[in-house]
Design a protein around this ligand. Structure first.
Ligand code: 13P
Length: 267
């Protein structure tokens, strides 16, 4: 078990009902970002019940800080190093993200796990780094199509969570975010149905609650994978779906606004 102490967490109770995270992935440039962020600020300034978060590539974090710091929109990164400091060329630490005002960081996105062979153990180390530095981790979990068709999706997601629980304990999920992102739904236009998402979100919630009720009550569970303005209303109405992690539609301000309004209006 790690030396992480829950009381070392930055106290940031997540009082908002829903969270919508824009994952820009490797898109954008200074000029495009400026226009997109101006649209976000203009279109999303009235949101009261929900929190919007923008996760951009590292080089644009300073731009997010400068353009979002006096708004209701928070920001974060799409990855971080598993180590705190040292000779790790090309890596970016949790403390560096804090320097640029990040409050959130995506961890273990399947695009990284697949393309850069990130193991569950690496992902668990990154999760711990985020928590130790007061960043809210957005941990991505999810199964492949083959795993779903074989009916082992809960085993797969359960194992992804177990690696983190073993490194610390379920208490680490308090004030954290898990995003259920079935790999077959990412970028395919084929989102999970509300029933499929409901079953997995219930499984995740119960798994954490069976180990630590308080942590489960302070955990947000988002859905990601082809979220769009049409399916967001139904998905966000599902119990235990606390918002969304949005890729493609976050690059189109009007589509993103509709998704955020769906979160705002969901009960
Ligand atoms: P899409 O919304 O483009 O399917 O991407 C989902 C995702 O990977 C968010 O992290």
């Amino acid at each position: 078990m790690s030396q992480f102490a829950p009381q070392s967490l930055a106290k940031k109770p997540m009082l908002v009902k829903k969270i919508v995270v824009a994952n820009w992935k490797m898109h954008g440039n200074l000029k495009q970002n400026q226009a997109l962020l101006a649209d976000y600020v203009a279109l999303l300034s009235d949101l009261k019940q929900s929190q919007v978060v923008v996760c951009a590539p590292y080089p644009y974090l300073a731009q997010l800080q400068s353009l979002l710091q006096h708004t209701n929109i928070a920001w974060g990164a799409q990855n971080l190093a598993k180590n705190a400091e040292g000779a790790f060329t090309g890596e970016v630490s949790a403390a560096m993200l804090k320097d640029f005002g990040c409050q959130y960081v995506i961890i273990g996105h399947s695009e990284r796990a697949t393309a850069y062979c990130e193991s569950d153990e690496n992902i668990a180390q990154k999760f711990l780094q985020a928590k130790q530095h007061g960043l809210t981790p957005i941990l991505c979990v999810g199964e492949t199509l083959i795993e779903r068709e074989a009916g082992v999706m809960e085993l797969v997601v359960g194992k992804q969570l177990d690696t983190i629980i073993k490194l610390h304990s379920a208490a680490i999920f308090a004030d954290s975010i898990i995003s259920y992102e079935p790999i077959w739904a990412i970028g395919t236009g084929l989102a999970a149905t509300p029933e499929q998402a409901k079953a997995m979100h219930k499984f995740i919630h119960h798994k954490i609650a069976s180990l630590d009720k308080d942590a489960a009550s302070r955990l947000k569970i988002l859905y990601g994978g082809s979220v769009n303005p049409q399916n967001a209303v139904q998905l966000f109405a599902v119990q235990n779906i606390d918002g969304g992690l949005v890729g493609k539609c976050s690059l189109e301000s009007q589509a993103f606004e509709k998704i955020c309004i769906a979160a705002e209006l969901a009960t």
